[in-house]
Design a protein around this ligand. Structure first.
Ligand SMILES: CC(C)(COP(=O)(O)OP(=O)(O)OC[C@H]1O[C@@H](n2cnc3c(N)ncnc32)[C@H](O)[C@@H]1OP(=O)(O)O)[C@@H](O)C(=O)NCCC(=O)NCCS
Length: 160
């Protein structure tokens, strides 16, 4: 089966909504509000909502990437904001494919490093990221990076 990453489009709305991510999440990151358009035109934020699709155009998973300008460091930073595989496809290697395809997509965009935040007790996600060589950042180093996080989150980084 050939799998590919495709950009989110309105026609996938129902599938993504019902099987992958909650409505709240979906609206926040996919609707193009005026506020978001302004941020994008100022090159402060760009969101990339990508879907993993198979030959039958089934949406198996999604990932949200965000490119943002850190005003303090004056540097562009990339974050993975959400990864999900549809429950019926979990545990079959698709999460791994989604991460690998995303890393290739980032390489094409000449991205050098990606950060992500993950709940400390989310073992499936933690294992998936570790398997793909994301390294946990030490807590005392996070202040210098100025990455906001909830106490229940850890921050991971992959450099390539
Ligand atoms: C995390 C998630 C995306 C993994 O997707 P998946 O398709 O089931 O993962 P894969 O089958 O590709 O497994 C890849 C690796 O993830 C880890 N993993 C996956 N499921 C796991 C589980 N139930 N328990 C522990 N580790 C697990 C393993 O390291 C696995 O590698 P292995 O098979 O060599 O052991 C999926 O569980 C999911 O959608 N979870 C809900 C959303 C979520 O929590 N997202 C993360 C937000 S940061």
């Amino acid at each position: 089966m050939k799998l590919k990453l495709i950009k989110y489009h309105e026609s996938y709305r129902d599938q993504v909504f019902s099987e992958l991510v909650p409505q709240k999440y979906f609206i926040k990151y996919t609707t193009k509000s005026l506020f978001y358009k302004i941020l994008k035109s100022l090159k402060i934020y760009s969101n990339y909502f990508l879907l993993l699709s198979n030959d039958n155009n089934d949406i198996m998973g999604c990932i949200l990437l965000r490119k943002k300008l850190s005003p303090i460091k004056m540097k562009i930073e990339w974050f993975i904001y959400g990864v999900a595989i549809s429950t019926k496809y979990r545990g079959q290697g698709y999460g791994n494919i989604l991460i690998n395809e995303t890393i290739n997509w980032c390489r094409e965009k000449k991205v050098k490093e990606i950060f992500l935040l993950v709940e400390k007790d989310n073992n499936p996600a933690l294992n998936l990221y570790k398997k793909n060589e994301f390294k946990t950042l030490p807590l005392d180093g996070l202040k210098a990076l100025r990455i906001k996080r909830k106490k229940s989150n850890i921050v991971m980084l992959k450099q390539f």
